[in-house]
Design a binder for this molecule. Structure first.
Ligand code: LLP
Length: 437
C-alpha cells in the first residue's frame, strides 16, 4: 500500500491520515511537513514479528535506524519489541538518549573510529557488527582494556548481486562493506575473531542491498551463509548458531510498484532455512532481520504548498513547491520515482502534466517528473507519499533551507516528533571571522 495505513479519502476527495486532514495539519504545523502514521509503523513491526514467529527457531527483528531516527521513533520501535541497528556514533547517541536498552543495540559501520568503538563498549552495546580487520583488532584491544568479552557478528560480503540501484547494492564482491567470502577474507576474519579472548563471535551477518523486489537472492544468501557456517563450525573450530540476513525488502513508491509482502518474504526465508539447514547440517538457532525502509517508508507522507507555477507553452509545465531536494534527495540521487497528488482534491481527474520541482538552485531538483494532475493553483496543498524512509534521514540545509518539522498522527491526534528548524538553527555553532574559541 502506497498511502499510510490509516489513510482515508472522504466522498469529497479529502485525504485524512490518523483521522486528521492535511489542511488541519498544515494549519497547525505549516509546510513542508513530514507526517508519520504511527499505526502504519506499528503494523509493519507486528507483521515482521508475527510472520517470523512460530517456527522452530528464534527470530529477532532489528530496525535499521538509518531509515529514520529520532527520539520518539526509537521509543516507538522499543515499545513494539524490536531491537535497533545503528551505523554511527550519532545514531547510537539518538538510540541511547531515547532510553533504548543498550543490550538490544547492534552497532554497524564500515569505519568506526576509536572514539565510536569506545562509546559503544562503554554504553554496553549488545553486539558489534564488525566490518574490517582494523575494526576487529581495535575492538579486541579496547574490549580487553575495559575487561569485557564483547559479543560480535562478522559482516560477510557474499558475492550476491541484488537487482536494485547500484548505489544501494552491497552484497557484491567489490563492495566496500564486510569480509569477502571468496578469497580468504571471511575465513581469516573468523580465525582472528576466534583468537581474541575479549571477543565472542556469535554469528555472521550479510546485507545484500536495499529496495529489493526480487527476493530470490535471499535464498541464495542463506545457502551461502550456512555453507560458510559449516566451515566455521567444522575446520575453523567455531560454534556459531546465529545468522543475520540484513534488511532490504522493497516498498511501493508508486501505484505501479508491487513489492513482495512481509509474509512472502518471511515464507521464503523459512523455506530456505529448512532446505539449507538440512543440506549443510547446521543447527541454526536464531535468525535476525534488519528492515529499515519497510518499517517506516509507507508510514510517511510529505506535505508541500504549491508556489510558483511556470507554464512554457508546448514545452513543459512546472509547479514549484516549498521544499525539494533538501527534504527528499532520493529522486536526484537514485532517480527514484514518486507520485504527487492534491490531498484536498483526491477524486479529481488529471487535466495537465506537470513537473513537480523544488525551490533549490539546481535544475535537477525535480521531485516528480510528468505528474498527471488536476489544474494546480498557487497555494494548493500537495503531497508525496512513501517518504518515511531515507528522506528526513538524508535531509540537508542546502540553500539554507531549514529542515521541516516531523509530526506523528494517531487516533485523531497529532504532535511534534521533531521541531521545524528555524533560521537561527542554520548558524548554530558558527563563529565570527577570526573569533577565537
Ligand atoms: N542493514 C544494513 C547493514 C544496512 O546497510 C541497511 C541499509 C539496512 C539494514 C536496511 O535496509 P532497508 O531495509 O532499509 O532497505 N539511502 C538509500 C538506502 C540506503 C540503505 C543503506 N543500508 C535509499 O534512499 O534508497
Amino acid at each position: 500500500m502506497l498511502l499510510p495505513e490509516t489513510s482515508n479519502i472522504d466522498p469529497k476527495g479529502v485525504l485524512s491520515i490518523g483521522g486528521l486532514t492535511m489542511e488541519q495539519l498544515k494549519k497547525q504545523y505549516g509546510t513542508p511537513l513530514q507526517i508519520m502514521d504511527i499505526a502504519a509503523i506499528k503494523k509493519q513491526c507486528r507483521d515482521y514479528k508475527t510472520c517470523m514467529d512460530g517456527q522452530d527457531l528464534d527470530a529477532e527483528i532489528v530496525y535499521a535506524s538509518k531509515a529514520f531516527s529520532c527520539i520518539a521513533c526509537c521509543q516507538l520501535i522499543a515499545q513494539q519489541g524490536l531491537s535497533i541497528d545503528v551505523s554511527t556514533g550519532g545514531e547510537l547517541y539518538i538510540a541511547l538518549e531515547s532510553g533504548f536498552d543498550p543490550g538490544k543495540i547492534y552497532f554497524h559501520g564500515n569505519n568506526k573510529s576509536e572514539q565510536e568503538i569506545e562509546y559503544g563498549l562503554s554504553s554496553g552495546v549488545g553486539c558489534f557488527m564488525v566490518d574490517s580487520f582494523d575494526e576487529l583488532d581495535l575492538l579486541a584491544r579496547l574490549a580487553q582494556k575495559q575487561g569485557k568479552k564483547q559479543k560480535i557478528f562478522l559482516r560477510i560480503t557474499p558475492g550476491i548481486k541484488a537487482s536494485t540501484h547500484e548505489y544501494i547494492q552491497t552484497g557484491n564482491m567489490e563492495s566496500k562493506f564486510g569480509f569477502g567470502i571468496r578469497g580468504l577474507g571471511a575465513e581469516k576474519a573468523v580465525q582472528a575473531a576466534l583468537s581474541y579472548g575479549s571477543l565472542q563471535l556469535a554469528g555472521i551477518h550479510s546485507h545484500i542491498g536495499s529496495q529489493i523486489f526480487n527476493i530470490s537472492p535471499y535464498e541464495k544468501l542463506i545457502d551461502v551463509l550456512l555453507k560458510f557456517l559449516k566451515k566455521i563450525n567444522g575446520s575453523l573450530g567455531g560454534d556459531i548458531r546465529e545468522i543475520n540476513i540484513g534488511g532490504g525488502l522493497g516498498i511501493a513508491y508508486t501505484s505501479q510498484d508491487k513489492p513482495p509482502s512481509i509474509a512472502q518474504f518471511a515464507d521464503l526465508v523459512h523455506d530456505a532455512l529448512k532446505k539449507y539447514r538440512k543440506k549443510h547440517g547446521q543447527p541454526i538457532e536464531k535468525i535476525y532481520l534488519e528492515p529499515g525502509r519497510s518499517i517506516v517508508g509507507n508510514a510517511g507522507i510529505t506535505l508541500y504548498e504549491a508556489g510558483t507555477i511556470k507554464e512554457i507553452p508546448h514545452v513543459k509545465n512546472y509547479i514549484a513547491v516549498d521544499g525539494g531536494m533538501s527534504d527528499n534527495i532520493r529522486p536526484i540521487l537514485y532517480q527514484a520515482q514518486y507520485e504527487a497528488f492534491l490531498p484536498q482534491r483526491c477524486g479529481e481527474k488529471p487535466q495537465k502534466v506537470y513537473d513537480l520541482v523544488g525551490k533549490h538552485c539546481e535544475s535537477g531538483d525535480v521531485l516528480v517528473k510528468q505528474a498527471h494532475l488536476p489544474i494546480v493553483n498557487k497555494g494548493d496543498l500537495m503531497a508525496i507519499a512513501a517518504t518515511g524512509a531515507y528522506c528526513y534521514a538524508m535531509a540537508s540545509n542546502y540553500n539554507g533551507q531549514p529542515k521541516s518539522a516531523v509530526v506523528a498522527v494517531e487516533d485523531g491526534k497529532s504532535w511534534t516528533w521533531i521541531e521545524r528548524q528555524q533560521y537561527c538553527d542554520l548558524i548554530s555553532g558558527n563563529r565570527k571571522l577570526y573569533e577565537q574559541p
